[in-house]
Design a protein around this ligand. Structure first.
Ligand code: C5P
Length: 233
């Protein structure tokens, strides 16, 4: 499986998203649709971007009882997304149900990736709010391993965790990593960041890049720079 750059299309409407993607005349970037855009524009945004030839990571982070997740995943699979995700904290049973729901009659299915602990969750909050009395790194690795046991394809993680995940779950287990910034760029609200080049060295399979591309003066040039650094022509 080849490395790729996924643009986080964190826009609030279909119109703004299409206006942004119209900048790309030669490439069809892989795009991430998150909750804000999906809840604003609905399934039609997925259909429209598929019609335009984009690959889609639908980032809706499902977490519910196994039967509900299974049925919901079947709906997402019928939208022909390329990658979707869920919370590993929903248990192995929930993740297995998700795979069942995603798998189409012909045996194909979108890639399924797990969120372990959100990067916004600190050790302190996990211990005090969630009563999980273990070091957060251990929890992240355990959840990644559960995802692997359930048959998932990989996890979303910090690029700085990617090599540890590969050590624990095997090098085929995919790492999808946000928190990417150019060496000379603004880091914004991200804390633990890495460059596309470094993410490549560490072994990320996909980098998810939002504002360094979407807020750039020349988004196409910024995207090309990401691809050149991460994929390397
Ligand atoms: O604009 P920026 O490059 O920070 O966008 C990163 C994208 O990845 C956003 O859509 C953000 O929600 C998502 N993300 C993240 N950190 C995580 C999980 C997802 O930044 N741990």
């Amino acid at each position: 499986m080849g490395r790729d750059v996924i643009i986080a299309c964190d826009f609030s409407s279909m119109e703004k998203t299409l206006e942004f993607l119209d900048n790309f005349k030669e490439e069809k970037p892989y795009v991430k649709i998150g909750m804000e855009l999906y809840y604003a524009a609905g399934a039609e945004i997925v259909r429209e971007l598929k019609r335009r030839g984009h690959k889609i990571f639908l980032d809706l982070k499902l977490h519910d009882i196994p039967n509900t997740v299974k049925k919901s995943m079947a709906v997402l699979s019928s939208l022909d997304v390329d990658m979707c995700n869920l919370h590993a904290s929903g248990t192995i049973a929930m993740m297995e149900a998700a795979i069942e729901g995603l798998t189409r009659e012909d045996g194909t299915r979108p890639l399924l990736i797990a969120v372990t602990q959100l990067t916004s969750t600190s050790q302190e909050r996990m211990t005090n709010d969630l009563l999980i009395d273990k070091p957060i790194d251990e929890v992240v690795m355990h959840y990644a391993h559960n995802a692997k046991l359930a048959g998932l394809d990989g996890v979303v993680c910090s690029p700085l965790e990617a090599s540890k995940v590969k050590d624990k779950c095997g090098k085929e287990f995919l790492t999808v990593t946000p928190g990417v910034r150019f060496a000379d760029g603004d880091i914004g609200d991200q804390v633990r960041v890495t460059t596309p080049e470094k993410a490549k060295e560490i072994g990320s399979d996909y980098i998810v890049v939002g504002r360094p591309i979407t807020a750039a003066e020349d988004p196409v040039a910024a995207y090309r720079r990401c691809v050149a650094e991460f994929v390397g022509e």
